[in-house]
Design a protein around this ligand. Structure first.
Ligand code: ADP
Length: 499
């Protein structure tokens, strides 16, 4: 059973199908017509649309799994994937949880405990506190040691939330109070700690796989520095920033980090790397990552199959010496949101979709023509992955794929991603986590490039579709000017006038 929805549910079912394992989907009210429901061998309704009442309702999910006779639960990412309590309940109910031991989730899920564990294991962490920070004295003490700027973070934090950057001494105490109350309201826990703010860092993470027989391997890195509001938007591997020596050191540190919590299954060790190429442990994600396909593309290893193997007490199907980075892969997260209007979410009906294809292109998505994207969940609709023998080829291929990618009915981030592919600094591999902020003006202001003709044609096609199907007006009867007033609902008038 896949206790998730969207592209990751489809992704997991694909591997099950290849392994001859029957799959079970679960769905909320608004996901009745979702692709994962159609694609799985069986599907069961688990509750209303808000995730709290469906995809986060662990008891209902376990009850459904037991009723339908599922052997194991794959939690995907997000939702219950890093919930130790849920993992424990699965095991107690006699189900296999496709993930690590709940103890490892607990240790790594609390960022302060994770830092302490890494320090004990000899893995470098970002300079900062080892204990929680409760008052002004503790803040001043650590600032005296590491200096400003600092970042105050929620110990239970995740998803880029609950972080506060402080550059000025006079802001320290108010920032502490705000961080504590934000942590309490977002995560139900006001525990915060302090890290040195690393200027212009790279976010580089290592993929780990480990079995229950003591084999722990890494599958190299993913460079995830193209972020907006601390959330990843584009990832690539290999990183254009690190050297072969640093790659080896970081890979060894990542294996050590996983071994320190007796980890098994798939996991990710995230590091910050500063401008001088010093690296520091940031956190561990004890689950499959959104960006796992780029690792699969360059190593050729199916991470979901290995997760399932490990969960069924089999050894990994390969050894560290057998893992190579072959070529270069990039992932773009395509979301139903409008980058040119403050990244406003844009749920709604997909009127037309034409996905890219061809050599070196993979799309992990879940939407289809006629599907209505619900308002309740994450706006990401597709992960577009390109592969090339070189970084340059992967970039030009990604550009070509973005050019081919057409969706009408909802706004998407496709054109914004296309502009990043065109950006000279990105193309030269010179970027860090501030790339989007620093380039926002040019990413916003340049005239849209490739794909415009297709977009124009799609607008016209949507218009014809509207006239003929919705209004039942014979095509020969209309003129553009007469009908314009009726299309406001589609927001097409301006576009059509431009064309
Ligand atoms: P979350 O668990 O919420 O994703 P992380 O600790 O993984 O939070 O950090 C997310 C992003 O925030 C990082 O990729 C980086 O861009 C930024 N960040 C976090 N800690 C620091 C730091 N100490 N210095 C500079 N940037 C940081």
């Amino acid at each position: 059973m896949i206790a998730n929805r969207g592209e990751i549910a489809v992704r997991v079912i694909r591997s099950c199908r290849e392994m001859g394992i029957l799959s079970v989907a679960v769905y909320s009210d608004s996901d009745r017509r979702a692709k994962h429901v159609r694609y799985a061998d069986e599907a069961y309704h688990i509750g209303p649309s808000p995730s709290r009442e469906s995809y986060l309702n662990g008891d209902k999910i376990i009850e459904t799994a037991l009723k339908c006779g599922a052997d194991a639960i794959h939690p995907g990412y997000g939702f219950l994937s890093e919930n130790a309590e849920f993992a424990r309940k699965c095991l107690a109910a006699g189900l296999i949880f496709i993930g690590p031991d709940p103890k490892a989730i607990t240790t790594m899920g609390d960022k302060i405990t994770a830092r302490q564990t890494m320090i004990a294991a000899g893995v470098p962490v970002v300079p900062g506190t080892q204990q929680k920070v409760v008052d002004a004295d503790a803040v001043r003490k650590i600032v005296g040691e590491i200096g400003l700027p600092i970042i105050i973070k929620a110990s239970a934090g995740g998803g880029g939330k609950g972080m506060r950057l402080v550059r000025k001494e006079s802001d320290l105490i108010s920032a502490l109070k705000m961080a504590q109350s934000e942590a309490l309201s977002s995560f139900g826990d006001d525990t915060v700690y302090i890290e040195k703010y690393v200027e212009h860092p790279h976010h580089i993470e290592f993929q780990i796989l480990a079995d229950k027989f003591g084999n722990t391997v890494h599958l190299f890195e993913r460079e995830c520095s193209i972020q907006r509001r601390h959330q990843k938007m584009i990832e690539e591997t290999p990183s254009p920033f690190i050297t072969p020596e640093l790659r080896q050191q970081m890979g060894e540190a990542a294996v050590k980090a996983a071994q320190a919590v007796n980890y098994f299954g798939a996991g990710t060790i995230e590091f910050l790397v500063d401008a001088n190429r010093n690296f520091y442990f940031l956190e561990m994600n004890t689950r499959l990552q959104v960006e796992h396909p780029i690792t699969e593309r360059v190593t050729g290893i199916d991470l979901v199959k290995e997760q399932i193997r490990v969960a069924s007490n089999q050894p990994l199907s390969f050894k560290q010496e057998e893992v190579f980075q072959h070529g270069h892969a990039i992932e773009c997260r395509v979301s139903a949101e409008d980058p040119f209007n403050g990244f406003m979410p844009s749920p709604g009906l997909i009127r037309h979709i034409s996905e890219p294809n061809g050599l070196g292109i993979r799309t992990d998505g879940y939407v289809y023509e006629g599907y209505e994207i619900p308002i309740y969940y994450d706006p990401m609709i597709t992960k577009l992955i390109s592969w090339g023998r070189t970084r340059e080829e992967a970039i030009t291929r990604m550009k070509r794929a973005l050019y081919e990618y057409k969706i009408t009915g909802v706004k998407t981030s496709i054109r914004f991603l296309e502009r990043i592919m065109d950006n000279d600094d990105f193309r030269n591999g010179i970027y860090n986590t501030h790339f989007i902020d620093e380039h926002m003006d040019e990413l916003m202001s340049e005239a849209p490039r490739g794909g415009q003709i297709f977009e124009d044609m799609a607008v016209i096609a949507t218009y014809f579709d509207y006239i003929t199907k919705m209004e039942k007006v014979a095509m020969s009867d209309f003129t553009v000017t007469q009908s314009c007033d009726n299309w406001k609902t589609y927001g097409l008038k301006k576009n059509l006038q431009r064309i």
